[in-house]
Write a protein that binds this ligand. Structure first.
Ligand SMILES: [Zn+2]
Length: 482
């Protein structure tokens, strides 16, 4: 019997997002990624005795913005707490976080997985500081002769977004994560560079017999940093828990770690409960009071979110699929909108962006934001086609030239003499010589074989290196032959 016929999977996620402020949450040190070890530090983020934290207002702005985009309630009163634990990556021996009174309460987002729409609830989101990093001389801590601690990341602001255990399948989990990251990217609260660890996922998974209403015992696998690791980790964990339950044993509630190389999860520590952390209010920071005025000011800075943007593009005549592809990344959607401002045919524009422009970017491994072809230049190129200056085919080669040189299409057309021949006089001469050279096709056409005209048009296009206006050629040729 397959696992899915016997057990229902229940999953909730905690997502840690690095907010892209210039400085850390409680001090003026830079949040820049990388840098030589322990160079982005000061007495505050090193936890020196007597150093006092000062809350970075921009962190609060970003947390409010993310909360509003996730349809959360912004708490008028929230506070910071100390989460006590001992580990070398945090020299204070506690992490300043928010416990019982977080900044964002409730919320959620709508996902679509396997053709079904579903609302995934968000329980809360709270601000906290990131920890430093252990750097091992070998592959892992157990195979290293020495390890050092780098505190550059200590104090980088995080927003931890906790979902309800609303997800039942791996596609639902992936849809939730993609949607969440997309919203965070749109609101620009985080650079969302997963490969640099800007967004990290903790995955809570449990199984229960189909039809059961109470939850099974869950495990929490921490610190995944890609969608593919989440998928593989869940596949492994579901199969592992099913084997334990099938054997009549109990799943142990614990924190696990994902071993990317081996593709397995391993026990990290037995699951700690909140009371293990001895949370208590942070005495060095005043409670945070956010009035409605502050929230409304931030609300005004919210961009058009992906769902609204998709709807708007569909209203312009794009298919649901095209609108989804264009709005997938904010940079792409912005490129589209900028081009649309000077070129009104949304459908043609979408086809070019999704087709040739995307192909050029992919081939050159270039991000839309760094595209050497500007949105305005693309609009100009499409206008040249509409005006009859360029054929669609030649426009594609002009686009490639635009990509490699960054030049405006009109300049390339002029320099290379690519303008379409729409001059009747010039075309008539070529048509005459093609007719003279192909008497058989002319006879076939006159005998009623319509296909023969295609051959003759082809010969004329060839003679003009594709630059003849095909509509005009057709028209002139038919006049000549009738
Ligand atoms: Zn610092």
């Amino acid at each position: 019997m397959a696992v899915a016929d016997k057990y229902e999977m229940v999953c909730g996620l905690e997502v840690h997002v690095e907010l892209q402020t210039k400085t850390k949450i409680f001090c003026g040190c830079t949040t820049e990624f990388g840098g030589e070890q322990n160079t982005h530090v000061c007495p505050v983020c090193l936890g020196m005795p007597g150093a006092l934290p000062v809350l970075n207002r921009e962190v609060v702005n970003y947390a409010i913005k993310a909360g509003l985009a996730l349809e959360s309630e912004i708490a008028q009163f929230s506070k910071f707490d100390r989460k006590n634990y001992f580990y070398p990556d945090l020299s204070k021996n506690y992490q300043t976080s928010q416990f019982d009174l977080p900044i964002c309460i409730k919320g959620g987002l709508e996902i679509e997985a396997e053709g079904e729409k579903k609302w995934i609830g968000i329980t809360r989101a709270h601000m906290e500081e990131d920890a430093g990093k252990l750097v091992h001389s070998g592959e892992t801590i157990s195979t290293s002769n020495e390890s050092s601690v780098d505190y550059n990341r200590a104090g980088v602001p995080l927003l931890e977004i906790v979902s309800e255990p609303d997800m039942r399948t791996i596609p639902e989990v992936l849809a939730y994560l993609e949607k969440l990251v997309q919203i965070l990217e749109y609101t620009e609260v985080s650079d969302c560079r997963l490969e640099q660890g800007s967004v990290r996922f903790d995955v809570n998974v449990s199984l229960r017999p189909i039809g059961a209403t109470s939850l099974g015992t869950r495990t929490e696998t921490k610190n995944l940093n890609s969608f593919s690791s989440v998928r593989r980790c869940m596949e492994y964990e579901i199969a592992r828990q099913a084997r334990v339950l099938d054997a009549g044993e109990n799943v142990v509630q614990e924190t696990r770690t994902w071993d990317e190389g081996q593709g397995i999860t391993l026990t990290l520590r037995s699951k700690e409960e909140a009371h293990d952390y001895r949370y208590f209010p942070e005495p060095d920071l005043a409670p945070l009071i956010i009035d409605r005025e502050w929230v409304e000011k931030i609300r005004k800075t919210l961009p058009e979110l992906p769902a609204a943007r998709r709807t708007r593009l569909q209203a312009l005549g794009l298919s649901a699929y095209d609108a989804t592809v264009i709005t997938q990344a904010k940079a792409m959607a912005d490129f589209f909108d900028e081009a649309l401002a000077s070129y009104g045919d949304a459908k043609t524009l979408a086809n070019w962006i999704m087709g040739d422009v995307t192909r050029l970017l992919n081939t050159n491994q270039c991000r839309v934001a760094d595209s050497p072809i500007s949105a305005k230049q693309l609009a100009e190129l499409l206008a040249l086609i509409d005006k009859g200056t360029l054929s669609g085919k030649i426009a594609k080669s002009v686009l490639e030239e635009m990509y490699s040189t960054g030049k405006d299409p009109s300049i390339i057309v002029k320099e290379k003499g690519l303008a379409q021949i729409s001059d009747e006089g010039a075309l008539l001469g070529i048509i005459d010589s093609v007719i003279a050279a192909n008497p058989q096709s002319v006879e076939d056409y006159r005998a009623g074989k319509d296909r023969a005209i295609g051959f003759l048009v082809g010969q004329i296009m060839k003679a003009t290196k594709g630059q003849a206006n095909p509509g005009l050629v057709n028209q002139l040729l038919k006049e000549k032959l009738s």
